[in-house]
Design a protein around this ligand. Structure first.
Ligand code: UD1
Length: 427
C-alpha cells in the first residue's frame, strides 16, 4: 500500500490545474442509463471512485470507451452507451465500496421500470440513510420493497406517473436520484426544498442537453416535465470546487500564493469568503482563482450548511488551516454527525482541538510538527496533507487510497507548486 511522505515548510507558489468534479461525475455517469444513445463525458477526473462507477455501469450492460489521451493530461473523455440494459441489479460487492452507487436507482427505474440496488452500508462520516431517495421515488409512483439487504423499486405498468415531493432535509444524492427518475416520467413532477449545489446544476444542464424539460434550475424548487425519451449528448464535467478549495487551504497554510486554474469563484464563494475572513486574499482572475496568504491567519467561526452555505466537504481542510491561525476558532458541522475523525490525527501533529458533538474548538498553535498519520475518509485525509505541508519535519500520511478516490494526482499537483512531497510504496 502506498503512503505519502511530506517534508513541510515549503511555501507553495505557482499554478495548480483543477480537475473535473468528482461529485458531479458520479451523478453524470448514471445518466447514460437514461438513453440508448451514446453519452460522452469530457473532463472526467481520473480517480478510483470514477473507475469504480464505470465498472458498476458495465454490470447493467453499459459500455465505456475511453478516448486516447497523453499520460501527462489531466482528465479524460469517456463514452458510455447502453443500447439495452442487460441487468437491473446493483450487487452488494460493488455497492459496498462506493456509496454513490445508489445513484443508479432513479435512472434505472425510469428506463427499465424496475431497479434492485444493494443498500449502501454504514459510512465513516455518519450512518447516512437513503430514506429520502426512496420517499421521493415513492412520491413519483414507484413501489419500494426492502429485503435481504437490497432495495427494489418498481414502476407501475406504463412507467412512473411522476408526482410532487417536499424534502424535509436538503439532500444532494436524493435530489439527484429524484431528478434522474422524473425526467422520463409520464407526467410532471415537482421537487421542493431540493439541493441546489453546483453539481445539481451540472446534472440538470446535462439532462436538458439530453432533451429533458426542467424548470427552476439552480433554485430549490424544480419542476420536471417528463419526456418519452432522451437522446445522447457530449458534455464537459464542471471543475471540482472542493479540490480547488482544498488547494487554496494548502497554499494558505504555507503562506503561499497559488492560481487555481479552471476554478470557478462563483461555485466556491462560501469557501472563498471563509478564507478571506481568515486573512487570505482571494481574487477571480482570467481562467481561475488566485489565493495569496501574506499576513498572519486569523481565527474565525464557521458553520457548514447546504449550498450556498459552506460545504461540509471543506470542513476538515479549513480546520487544518485554522490550526495555524492566531486565536480560537469554532467550527460547527451541521450536515454529518461524526465528521471530526481527523481531529485526533491533527492532534498528533501538535494541533489543539476540542470537540463536543457537532462543535469543534480549534486553538491556534505556533507550530505543527511532522508525524505519522492516517485518516478514515477522503476530506479528512486531505486535512492531514494540508497540516503536513506546514509542519516542521517529515510527515507520513497512510491509507492514501482515500485520497486516490477524490484527488487526481495529488502529489504531482502539489509538487508542481513547490511542495516536498512523494508517494512511496510501503513494502
Ligand atoms: C453528497 C456528496 C458528499 C457531500 C454531501 C453533502 C456525492 C457523491 N457526495 O453526499 O461529498 O458531503 O453531498 O454536501 O455527491 N440524509 C437523510 N436521508 C437521505 C439522504 C440524506 O437523512 O435519504 C441526510 C444525511 O444523513 C445528511 C444530509 O441528509 O445528514 C445531507 O446528505 P446528502 O446531501 O444526501 O449527502 P450525499 O448525497 O450522500
Amino acid at each position: 500500500m502506498d503512503k505519502i511522505v511530506i517534508r513541510g515548510g515549503n511555501r507553495l507558489s505557482g499554478t495548480i490545474p483543477i480537475s473535473g468534479a468528482k461529485n458531479s461525475a458520479l451523478t453524470l455517469i448514471p445518466c447514460a442509463l437514461l438513453t440508448e444513445e451514446p453519452l460522452t463525458l469530457r473532463n472526467l477526473p481520473r480517480l478510483a471512485d470514477i473507475d469504480g462507477f464505470q465498472h458498476l455501469m458495465t454490470q447493467f450492460g453499459v459500455s465505456a470507451s475511453i478516448a486516447g489521451h497523453r499520460p501527462e493530461d489531466f482528465g479524460r473523455v469517456v463514452t458510455f452507451q447502453a443500447p439495452r440494459l442487460t441487468s437491473t441489479v446493483a450487487p452488494y460487492d460493488l455497492v459496498r465500496k462506493m456509496r454513490a452507487s445508489i445513484l443508479v436507482l432513479g435512472p434505472m427505474l425510469a428506463r427499465a421500470g424496475e431497479a434492485t440496488v444493494s443498500l449502501p452500508g454504514g459510512c465513516a462520516i455518519g450512518n447516512r440513510p437513503i430514506d429520502l431517495h426512496l420517499k421521493a421515488l415513492e412520491a413519483f409512483g414507484a413501489e419500494i420493497e426492502l429485503a435481504a439487504g437490497y432495495v427494489r423499486a418498481v414502476a407501475p405498468d406504463g412507467g412512473l406517473p411522476g408526482g410532487d415531493f417536499d424534502f424535509p432535509v436538503v439532500s444532494v444524492g436524493a435530489t439527484e436520484n429524484a431528478l434522474m427518475a422524473a425526467v422520463l416520467a409520464n407526467g410532471t413532477s415537482r421537487l421542493f426544498n431540493a439541493a441546489r449545489e453546483p453539481e445539481i446544476v451540472d446534472l440538470c444542464n446535462l439532462l436538458v442537453a439530453m432533451g429533458a424539460q426542467i424548470e427552476g434550475i439552480g433554485t430549490s424548487d424544480l419542476t420536471i416535465h417528463g419526456v418519452n425519451r432522451l437522446t445522447g449528448a457530449t458534455y464537459k464535467v464542471m471543475p471540482d470546487r472542493i479540490e480547488a478549495g482544498s488547494y487554496a487551504c494548502a497554499a494558505a497554510i504555507t503562506g503561499g500564493e497559488v492560481t487555481l486554474a479552471g476554478a470557478v469563484a462563483r461555485d466556491m464563494s462560501a469557501t472563498l469568503h471563509a478564507l478571506q475572513a481568515i486573512g487570505v486574499t482571494c481574487e477571480e482572475v482570467a481562467g481561475g482563482v488566485r489565493v495569496a496568504a501574506n499576513g498572519p491567519l486569523k481565527a474565525v467561526n464557521l458553520s457548514t450548511a447546504p449550498y450556498p452555505g459552506l460545504a461540509t466537504d471543506m470542513q476538515a481542510q479549513l480546520m487544518a488551516l485554522l490550526c495555524r491561525a492566531e486565536g480560537t476558532s469554532v467550527l460547527n458541522e451541521t450536515i454529518f454527525e461524526n465528521r471530526y475523525m481527523h481531529v485526533p490525527e491533527l492532534a498528533r501533529m501538535g494541533a489543539h482541538i476540542e470537540t463536543a458533538g457537532r462543535t469543534a474548538i480549534v486553538h491556534g498553535v505556533e507550530r505543527l510538527t511532522g508525524a505519522e498519520v492516517m485518516a478514515t475518509d477522503l476530506r479528512a485525509s486531505m486535512s492531514l496533507i494540508i497540516a503536513a505541508l506546514a509542519a516542521e519535519g517529515e510527515s507520513v500520511v497512510r491509507r492514501i487510497y482515500h485520497l486516490d478516490r477524490g484527488y487526481e494526482r495529488l502529489e504531482e499537483k502539489l509538487a508542481l507548486v513547490g511542495a516536498d512531497i512523494e508517494r512511496v510504496s510501503d513494502e
